[in-house]
Design a protein around this ligand. Structure first.
Ligand code: PRP
Length: 189
């Protein structure tokens, strides 16, 4: 019997291929490593989308580094976010005096990262910087902190390398465009 597979209707062209992703992550890691040499940064991956990016990025950092994970959800119930972001699974490390690097797969509206940035700053971190693999070219994310950005992309829905559509496609090794079901979600979140 043939195995049942999730449909790939909607999967579009490759936007960033494997080689470009690797080179981009290499560039980001070199920049971060240069800035944090002699420090003890805490990398915090925003789940689930950042999982592959964080794994690849931190393995290119040439000094021992601490890694944490956090899960955040934005609530709204429609294709546009309500603007309310909640941390649903928190880190355990005391942030007082720490130099934190938030590792995010994509900045779309920027709501998620702005919320976490404010929250972490209020916990007494010495510094909070943002390292994002992708940032959408849209006015929606104006004012969002982003100290390291791998790729600026058009304001289209993308999947792969951690990014999902309806919890599928995260495991694609490259970034693809995706045409969401018109009845489904339209925003990247
Ligand atoms: C996605 C993505 C970012 C966020 C970006 O996460 O991984 O964390 O949305 O969108 P924003 O800039 O508009 O806030 P999502 O909440 O879909 O969870 P996931 O990482 O588990 O897919």
């Amino acid at each position: 019997m043939q195995e049942r597979k999730p449909q790939s209707v909607g999967l579009g062209k490759v936007v960033i291929d494997r080689a470009a992703l690797e080179a981009g992550v290499e560039r980001l890691a070199a920049a971060v490593a240069g800035d944090y040499a002699g420090h003890d940064p805490l990398f915090v991956g925003i789940l689930k989308g950042s999982v592959f990016f964080l794994a690849d990025l931190t393995r290119k950092i040439p000094f021992p580094s601490q890694i944490e994970f956090l899960t955040a959800s934005s609530y709204g119930g429609s294709s546009t976010s309500s603007g309310e972001v909640r941390i649903t699974a928190d880190i355990v490390t005391d942030l007082r005096g720490r130099d934190v690097i938030l590792v995010e797969d994509i900045i779309d509206t920027g709501l998620t990262i702005r919320h976490i940035f404010r929250e972490f700053a209020s916990r007494g971190a010495a510094s909070v910087k943002v390292c994002a693999l992708l940032r959408k070219k849209t006015a929606k994310n104006g004012g969002t902190p982003a100290d390291y950005v791998g790729f600026e992309i058009d304001d289209t829905f993308v999947v792969g390398y951690g990014l999902d559509y309806d919890e599928r496609y995260r495991n694609l090794p490259e970034i693809h465009e995706f045409e969401p079901n018109p009845q489904g979600k339209e925003s990247q979140t």
